[in-house]
Ligand binder design. Structure first.
Ligand code: HAM
Length: 437
């Protein structure tokens, strides 16, 4: 026998029971996004590597060690998308979305890929939903994106678990000045830093502020505060945003060491942290990225967005024992005996499904009893039985599986009778909407 193959490390099948959670989250996001004027976008699973390299930053963890980068047959460097924002901005530029009424508001629900060390809440393929608002830099928009993220957490029943951490990191010029201040501050303290921070000190000292190692945390707490090095406009933007959040009744914690792991941010940054576990396993984060479009060769275009990890949301929903509704339960199993009966069953099943009855059956060649046992395993409330006698008489038997009673009805009346038994309100009558020509 050939060796049974398994999934690669850090990736998972999403089995039907978990699909219910993905579907539910997708519906909540779609609903909230649509209410706020967002439209859905999907960018390709892979992009030219430069899309991510130029924006997320060479020294970031993502670009330096977490990207799935490969060459295509012509030697071009491509990368599986590790996050959604860079691709969306690339698409905004490529598709001249600056010609549309601004701001352009887009949302996505997509798989992403990072060569992370797999552990709980950290996978190599994971799903994110994201919101991006392009073409406007009003702090009221920052407040609206944060509010929307908060609402979605609440709709999913996990709002109370997370605290909103908020900071401003100013413009890239401010940060350059501040990074010099930080480098000066750390002179002579190198011996207390972890290995990662030692290399960050050279390349991206800002990241020293959000290191999770104990000694590094102590040093970061004593470091000069970034606030004192920011321009007046950034401070004003931040104050205005806080005013709007207060107006919306959203609680936040001001966290002046929150810097985020991607380089493209400017001014507003925020994350939703687990109230008990802190920064580890943040459910989502985002911020303003006013300089990103230019890095990708576009004209200056302000932007603001958020993304959340779907697997982490699901883990928290499960931890809170939250169950999601699903519509997969079957109504009817059709059991038949003989080829003639099977032939009659197929169009009948088709009519039942069209009427909104979730139906399976006309399977196999087992005895009626074997098929009834199978129907029980599928937990259907009703089974339709068609044997040789029923074919001859033009009838069918409808069996109530729970009560164990059955009735014989004319073949032509089977669908109507089942609809009556199941009840109009429980039929699966979902319609994707009318087509127009
Ligand atoms: P991020 O903080 O890198 O931001 O990722 C957002 C969320 O994705 C995280 O909070 C986490 O829930 C989830 N996540 C990240 N990596 C993994 C992983 N390896 N396994 C499972 N879940 C993961 C961004 O990606 C930005 N693009 C957000 C943004 C949108 N900023 C502006 N617009």
């Amino acid at each position: 026998m050939a060796e049974a193959l398994r999934t690669a490390k850090g990736v998972h099948d999403i089995l039907p029971d978990d699909q219910d959670y993905y579907t539910f989250i997708k519906k909540v996001v779609r609903h909230r996004a649509r209410q706020a004027g967002f439209r859905r976008i999907s960018t390709p699973i892979f992009e030219f590597t430069d899309v991510f390299k130029r924006t997320i930053g060479d020294t970031s963890d993502i670009v330096s060690k977490e990207m799935y980068t490969f060459e295509d047959r012509k030697g071009r460097s491509l990368t599986l998308k590790p996050e959604g924002t860079a691709g969306v901005v690339r698409s905004y530029i490529q598709n001249s979305m600056n010609q549309l009424p601004q701001p352009v508001m887009l949302y996505y629900f997509e798989p992403h890929f990072r060569y992370d060390r797999p552990q709980k809440g950290r996978y190599r393929q994971f799903w994110q939903f994201g919101l991006e608002v392009l073409g406007e830099n009003d702090p009221a928009l920052d407040a609206q994106v944060i509010h929307l993220a908060h609402k979605i957490n609440e709709d999913l029943g996990v709002g109370h678990i997370f605290s909103l951490q908020l900071n401003t990191i100013g413009t890239s010029e401010d940060r350059k000045k501040y990074m010099q201040v930080l480098q000066d501050y750390y002179v002579g303290k190198e011996r207390s830093l972890c290995e990662d921070c030692l290399s960050r000190l050279e390349k991206n000292p800002l990241r020293l502020l959000d290191c999770k190692e104990e000694d590094c945390i102590i040093l970061a707490e004593l470091a000069p505060a970034m606030k004192n090095y920011l321009d007046a406009e950034s401070i004003a933007h931040h104050e205005e945003l806080k005013g709007y959040l207060d107006e919306l009744g959203i609680e936040y914690t001001e966290n002046d060491r929150l810097v985020r792991g991607l380089d493209y941010y400017s001014r507003t940054v925020f994350e939703f942290w687990d109230k008990e576990k802190g920064a580890q396993n943040a459910i989502g984060g985002g911020g303003r990225y006013d300089g990103l479009a230019e890095l990708l060769g576009g004209s200056p275009t302000p932007g603001m967005g958020y993304a959340a990890g779907v697997e982490r949301l699901i883990a928290n929903m499960k931890r809170e024992k939250i169950k999601v509704p699903h519509k997969d339960d079957l109504h009817v199993f059709v059991a038949q005996l003989g080829r003639e009966a099977k032939r009659k069953c197929l169009p009948l099943i088709d009519q039942m499904r069209d009427a909104g009855l979730k139906t399976m059956g006309a399977l196999g060649k087992g005895s009626i009893n074997i098929q009834l046992r199978l129907a029980n395993k599928f937990k259907v409330p009703y089974t339709v039985l068609i044997g040789i006698t029923e074919v001859r008489e033009g009838t069918a038997i409808i069996r109530d599986m729970e009560k164990g009673i059955q009735e014989t009805v004319d073949f032509d009346e089977v669908v109507d009778r089942l609809v009556e038994l199941i009840g109009e309100e429980d039929l699966d009558k979902y319609s994707p909407g009318e087509l127009t020509y």
